[in-house]
Design a protein around this ligand. Structure first.
Ligand SMILES: [Zn+2]
Length: 250
């Protein structure tokens, strides 16, 4: 059966001398694995459109669970991202998150929109990297069914207190008072951090990228969303280690 859709390459692996095995986030089928015959040959028509983060109109052929990519017309190659090692490293991290948390076997339209928007904002410096990173981590988790409950303190129901603690294992918040009675790893949030986290999970996508945060809250926000991602997925992300090694030098 032939499928026409749009998709972005999340991962490319060599398969033999000539072919590639691709992980693609598609508009219609979510995250799929597809073979691209001849895509490693320099002159092959698929060579350019099957690189990491290339976004294309695609013609796929499916036989049971196996997909092959027959044709791709490039829409966006994100050249701007490839001119900065740090940006490309963060974009590769987004791609790895998408390959883990992206929708499987169903509609990928909303999640594709999140990834494409994040890459455009990153490429065009529309939002700093240290804001895009927690935004993408937390929103991806929320869309994948790991939305934390940030409405109010789990113990007493207050919306905001002088101290608020986030519990990355169960994705809840507690005020300072209630956190003394609750065991488990927790991180104390600044008011700005909690406000930013609420914005990232509860705002509609049209308003999602419009946010700012005080410089004192940026590090806590990054540490918190990263810890939450690792707790929920129970894995490490190699691309994050690489991004961290680059930004540690800045
Ligand atoms: Zn409380």
């Amino acid at each position: 059966m032939q499928i026409k859709t749009k998709g972005i390459i999340l991962k490319e692996l060599a398969n033999g001398d000539d072919d590639k095995l691709l992980t693609i986030l598609t508009e219609d089928r979510g995250v799929i694995f597809a073979y691209a015959k001849g895509a490693r040959r320099f002159k092959n028509s698929l060579a350019a459109s099957t690189g990491l983060l290339c976004y294309s109109s695609m013609v796929l052929f499916t036989n049971r669970e196996r997909f092959s990519l027959d044709h791709a017309d490039t829409i966006e190659q994100f050249f701007g991202l490839r001119q900065s090692v740090e940006k490309l490293a963060l974009a590769a991290y987004f791609a790895e998150i998408a390959s883990v948390l992206g929708p499987k076997e169903n509609d990928g339209g909303q999640y594709l929109k999140l990834l494409l928007n994040s890459l455009f904002f990153l490429q065009n410096d529309r939002l700093p990297m240290e804001l895009l990173k927690p935004l993408f981590e937390l929103r991806s988790l929320s869309m994948a069914g790991f939305m934390p409950d940030l409405v109010a303190c789990e113990g007493c129901g207050c919306y905001e207190a002088e101290q608020m603690a986030f519990y990355p294992v169960d994705g809840t918040i507690c005020c300072g008072e209630c956190s003394r009675k609750k065991a488990g790893i927790h991180i104390f949030l600044t008011k700005g951090t909690l406000a930013a986290m609420r914005h990232i999970i509860y705002s509609p996508i049209e308003k999602l990228f419009a946010f700012t945060i005080g410089s004192d809250s940026i590090k806590i926000l990054n540490d918190t969303t990263e810890r939450f991602l690792q707790s929920q997925t129970e894995r490490n992300f190699q691309t994050l280690d690489f991004y961290r090694s680059l930004t540690a030098l800045l």
